[in-house]
Design a protein around this ligand. Structure first.
Ligand SMILES: NC(=O)C1=CN([C@@H]2O[C@H](COP(=O)(O)OP(=O)(O)OC[C@H]3O[C@@H](n4cnc5c(N)ncnc54)[C@H](O)[C@@H]3O)[C@@H](O)[C@H]2O)C=CC1
Ligand SMILES: CC(C)CC(=O)C(=O)O
Ligand SMILES: [Mg+2]
Length: 358
């Protein structure tokens, strides 16, 4: 296959982790007879510096003409004082909505070798942890009307609109139920705040209707505050969690720690076809940027998701995942997952080790 990828290196650790991901893809290409063609597109802080805009039209155009997008991370303190619509993060939201990527799949699986990196007590993780968060990605608070206004004598007031339509809820619900059908445990937990928020009450109604169409799937609701607690108390109870945009953003960072580090969690963002955007769930980690310290595994595992979900290359995806597992089993660690007896590697050396194991 000849695969054309639009690549957002982005800011902070973005360029470092993307370099390692491309090395892995190139090795896959060499081994399995594919070629990967990368076109760098500007998005985020680097795009602001170069063009004055977080997401130039040209970047969206190239992304749309590609087979999929690979993204590092955007943002950083340099751009934190810009107005909201000019911040680097707008680029990410813009790409997600322009490309129609409403379903964000974030698998959190604890590798056996990382049991000591998981901060939970061993008895909590002893039988393994393997859950997936299905996060709605193009609706909710991050896309509603927002602004500032003056209100009476109380000074300035800021507002962010939260709305969801039945259609938006149903389509993300279907992604979750269909995913659960392919997994051993076939369980969906729909997470909302239906005791307070009207959008959550509609969310719950739609999910209940959908659940009836999937009798083979065990279904439950959970309030988001309880879910945040349960993820630490007993994460093994979860299989597929489906939730709205902001709850999914927050809960997936929390869930990442059950795997040892946020540097381990990959993601795919999908729409109706096979086109996807693939990125680690973490941000640009300005505190470690440029120091060869970032864990590239989340980005590399995102490439495995891309090979499987967008291109149907099952063996190739498995090869990447097995190489990562082997490197971890051999005791190699980046600083974020370092444990007693581990062999510490930098970003580049971790990428090299994974390539070596391919
Ligand atoms: N997808 C994206 O592009 C995202 C961008 N951001 C942006 O990133 C910037 C930094 O945000 P933070 O809140 O600090 O979140 P962050 O996820 O960048 O970092 C949080 C903590 O996790 C660590 N970390 C993150 N990725 C790591 C990796 N691969 N290996 C080792 N350690 C890692 C960081 O060093 C930091 O201590 C902000 O500008 C934010 O808006 C945040 C989340 C997602
Ligand atoms: C700009 C944010 C919505 C990025 C983020 O935190 C995420 O997608 O996980
Ligand atoms: Mg996030």
């Amino acid at each position: 296959m000849n695969i054309k990828l639009a690549v957002v290196k982005g800011d902070g650790i973005g360029p470092e982790i993307i370099t390692e991901a491309e090395k892995v893809l190139d090795k896959i290409g060499e081994k399995f007879g594919h070629s990967f063609e990368y076109t760098d597109i500007l998005a985020g802080g680097c795009a602001i510096d170069e063009t004055g805009k977080p997401l130039p039209e040209e970047s969206v155009k190239i992304a749309k003409e590609s087979d999929s997008v690979l993204l590092g991370a955007v943002g950083g303190p340099k751009w934190d004082t810009l107005p909201g619509n000019l911040r680097p993060e707008r680029a990410l939201l813009g790409l997600r909505s322009e490309l129609g990527l409403f379903a964000n799949i974030r698998p959190a699986k604890l590798h056996d070798a990382l049991a000591d990196a998981c901060p939970l007590k061993p008895e909590i993780s002893k039988d393994g942890l393997d859950l997936v968060i299905v996060r709605e990605l193009t609706g909710g608070l991050y896309f509603g009307d927002r602004g500032r206004r003056h209100s009476g004598n109380d000074g300035e007031e800021a507002y962010d609109e939260l709305k969801y339509s039945e259609k938006e809820i149903e389509r993300i619900g279907r992604v979750a139920f269909n995913l659960a059908m392919k997994r051993d445990r076939k369980k969906v937990t729909s997470v909302d705040k239906a005791n307070v928020i009207e959008t959550s009450r509609l969310w719950r109604e739609v999910m209940h209707k959908l659940a009836k169409e999937y009798p083979a799937v065990e279904f439950e609701d959970m309030l988001v505050d309880n879910c945040a607690m349960q993820l630490v108390r007993n994460p093994a109870q979860f299989d597929v969690i489906v939730t709205e945009n902001m709850f999914g953003d927050i809960l997936s960072d929390e869930a990442s720690m059950t795997t040892g580090s946020i540097g381990m969690l990959p993601s795919s963002s999908l729409g109706v076809g096979t086109f996807g955007m693939y990125e680690p769930i973490h941000g640009s980690a300005p505190d470690i940027a440029g120091q060869n310290k970032a864990n590239p595994i989340a980005t590399i595992l995102s490439c495995a998701m891309m090979l499987r979900d967008s291109f149907g290359l099952m063996n190739e995806a498995k090869a990447v995942e097995s190489a990562v597992t082997k490197v971890l089993n051999d005791g190699y660690r980046t600083a974020d997952i370092m444990d007693e007896g581990g062999k510490l590697l930098g970003t580049k050396e971790m990428g090299d080790k994974i390539v070596e194991n391919l």
